[in-house]
Write a protein that binds this ligand. Structure first.
Ligand code: GDP
Length: 300
């Protein structure tokens, strides 16, 4: 994954140096942990997360599982891998479907994060799996957001519920409510509600998203975050957690070549799992997020 290319290279280099050693002294472990720490910080992983991570790696690397191992360097790599999986949320978390359809999925995040595109990706993915999703255009803020969702829906081959008023006019809370009603009437088993973002964290946006949440009682609220926004990722995620709260995270633009480490901090900082990854502009550039696979890719 391009986003983590540099981090991957740095860690590979660190482990290469480690492999040339037989038994590891405490100084070897400390040197390695220091290099890992620097690589993570340079990749924009949040300081608190890095401290916690390197503390755990160091403690385990100085313990019996490494000192008694035939190949200590390999054990250290294994420990780093395991702790990285933990940072990324541990087990994969799948979507939770409502016992009584429709399952309501609300998307929240800043403008440009990739919500509208994600709505199409998620719908296409669900449709492939036999679901009958409908997209609801409750972003009445961004000019053309409604039209964009209609285009995305057409590409994904799924229904779109849009306000008659069209782009930029109307009450988003009412549109979201009507969209859910529409889904119930037309027997759609999943409703994906696109909401308005702003360029930055904004009280009006949070209030609107939180009003929509209260009005439709979603089964999942997915916080969509652009992996390229760097250090702002942590503050943005916390603001959305306080303002709207969410049940899962979607990382977008993982195909970019900016340092994506901040996005890696989001699961750990918010305690919410990363559920999906978006890796391009096409509707098929999308996959469920597997913490263990991501860790392996980074450590490959
Ligand atoms: P919204 O404002 O949150 O609804 O964001 P959009 O869905 O309109 O996406 C903003 C821009 O990012 C669009 O040009 C999308 O094509 C692009 N985009 C969305 N997801 C990805 C992704 O995973 N990778 C890349 N490279 N571009 C993406």
């Amino acid at each position: 994954m391009a986003t983590f290319g540099n981090l991957s290279d740095r860690l590979a280099e660190t482990f290469k140096n480690l492999r040339t050693k037989g038994k590891l002294s405490a100084a070897d472990v400390d040197g390695t942990v220091r290099e890992i720490r620097r690589a993570l910080l340079d990749a924009d992983v949040a300081l608190d997360v890095v401290k916690d991570f390197t503390g755990k790696v160091r403690e385990r690397a100085l313990g019996d599982e490494v000192s008694k191992a035939l190949n200590p360097a390999q054990q250290v790599v294994r420990i780093v891998n395991e702790e990285l999986v933990e940072i990324l949320g541990g087990q994969q978390r799948r979507l939770e479907f409502a016992k009584k359809p429709p399952t309501i999925i609300m998307l929240a995040g800043l403008q440009g994060a990739g919500k509208t595109t994600l709505a199409g990706k998620l719908a296409k993915w669900l449709a492939k799996d036999g679901h009958t999703p409908v997209l609801v255009a409750a972003d009445l803020q961004r000019p053309n957001a409604v039209t964009q969702l209609q285009v995305v829906g057409q590409q994904a081959g799924v229904a779109v519920f849009a306000p008659e008023s069209g782009n930029g006019v109307g009450n988003p809370v009412q549109v979201a409510r009507d969209g859910v009603k529409f889904a119930q009437q037309k027997m759609h088993d999943v409703v994906i509600v696109d909401t308005a973002g702003r360029l930055g964290v904004d009280a009006d946006m949070m209030k609107q998203a939180s009003d929509i949440r209260a009005a439709i009682g979603p089964d999942e609220v997915l916080f969509v975050i652009d992996a390229m926004i760097g250090q702002d990722a942590v503050a943005t995620a916390k603001a959305f957690q306080d303002g709207v709260d969410f049940t899962g995270v979607v990382l977008t633009k993982l195909d970019g070549d900016a340092r994506g480490g901040a996005a890696l901090s989001v699961a750990s900082i918010t305690g919410r799992p990363i559920m999906f990854a978006s890796t391009g502009e096409s509707l098929d550039d999308f996959e469920p997020f597997h913490p263990d696979r991501m860790a392996s890719r980074i450590l490959d």
